[in-house]
Ligand binder design. Structure first.
Ligand SMILES: NC(=O)c1ccc[n+]([C@@H]2O[C@H](COP(=O)([O-])OP(=O)(O)OC[C@H]3O[C@@H](n4cnc5c(N)ncnc54)[C@H](OP(=O)(O)O)[C@@H]3O)[C@@H](O)[C@H]2O)c1
Length: 255
């Protein structure tokens, strides 16, 4: 099951897992996108791809996905990928969008993990990828709830994996940096210019997914795709360089 499968990283996971012969359940709000992707993958790879239209900021829809998980007898992979960003100072931007973000990133992620785990543990087979971000390590001004929800997913995944040792279930917090997807095309990012970010920091969704699946094979719990992103996170976590990085980000945002 892949949430946020209608575009970007989620769709790339769908394509790469279908190519490996996995049957899929694709979850997102845009049903037509899911139908087209499912048809395409079924035709190309001879798999079955089911679709589930759900708004994961809505608790009733989250429950619907949980109930679906309870009915599946062989769910061996859950990818909590649905997500979005907002732009602007926490105190100034729409609060309900921040609550929606907490629901999509945290509440849906946690509830779907809780729904999937009993079956995975009983079968001694399973993998969960929670899609976080390098923002989890960089408490960025203008991105407060985003950084905080993504940090939750890192700690949650890391702690969960320690509980799951010996169960046959793996957990990964996938922490991409700037990735070419539709993420920055939303109305919230109106006026955002990708060229503001150095080109060398951008990576493709396909590359994120390929390297994440490889990292899962070697049981890497926190995985940051791309050497430059790993370097950026190292700078952000170092007590001497971190204030410099944050000052640089603040200056860039003020321009
Ligand atoms: N692109 C980046 O630079 C970047 C960097 C680090 C981390 N990430 C993370 O990567 C994940 C995937 O994002 P992306 O880059 O692939 O962006 P994207 O192309 O915009 O894809 C986001 C996906 O999430 C789904 N989604 C958003 N809100 C939803 C909701 N309320 N209910 C259900 N599904 C919802 C969207 O589907 P519908 O609109 O059809 O519902 C879409 O399939 C996100 O968690 C994001 O935070 C992205």
């Amino acid at each position: 099951m892949i949430t946020g499968a209608s575009s970007g990283i989620g769709a790339a996971f769908a394509r790469q897992l279908a190519a490996k012969g996995k049957n899929l359940i694709l979850v997102a709000r845009r049903k037509e996108r899911l139908v087209n992707l499912a048809n395409d993958l079924q035709q190309h790879y001879g798999i079955t791809a089911e679709i589930l239209a759900a708004d994961l900021s809505n608790l009733t829809d989250i429950e619907q996905v949980e109930n679906h998980i309870a009915e599946i007898e062989n769910l061996d992979m859950l990818i909590n990928n649905a997500g979005f960003g907002t732009v602007g100072r926490f105190v100034e931007i729409n609060l309900s969008r921040q609550i929606d973000m907490i629901n999509v990133h945290i509440i849906a992620g946690v509830r779907l993990c809780r729904a999937a785990l009993p079956g995975m543990i009983a079968r001694h087979n399973g993998a969960i990828i929670n899609v976080s971000s390098i923002a989890a390590f960089i408490p960025t001004p203008g991105n407060v709830t985003y950084s905080a929800t993504k940090a939750y997913l890192v700690t949650f995944s890391e702690a969960l994996q320690t509980e799951l040792v010996g169960t046959g279930v793996k957990v990964q917090a996938l922490c991409p940096g700037f990735t070419y997807t539709e993420f920055h095309d939303s109305s919230e990012y109106e006026g955002f210019d990708r060229s503001q970010i150095p080109k060398m920091l951008w990576i493709s969704a396909e590359e994120v997914v390929t390297s994440s699946l490889k990292a899962l094979e070697r049981s890497q719990v926190i995985y940051i795709p791309g050497f430059k992103n790993r370097l950026l996170v190292a700078v952000a976590r170092n007590s001497i360089t971190s204030p410099l990085l944050l000052a640089l980000i603040r200056r860039k945002l003020q321009k």
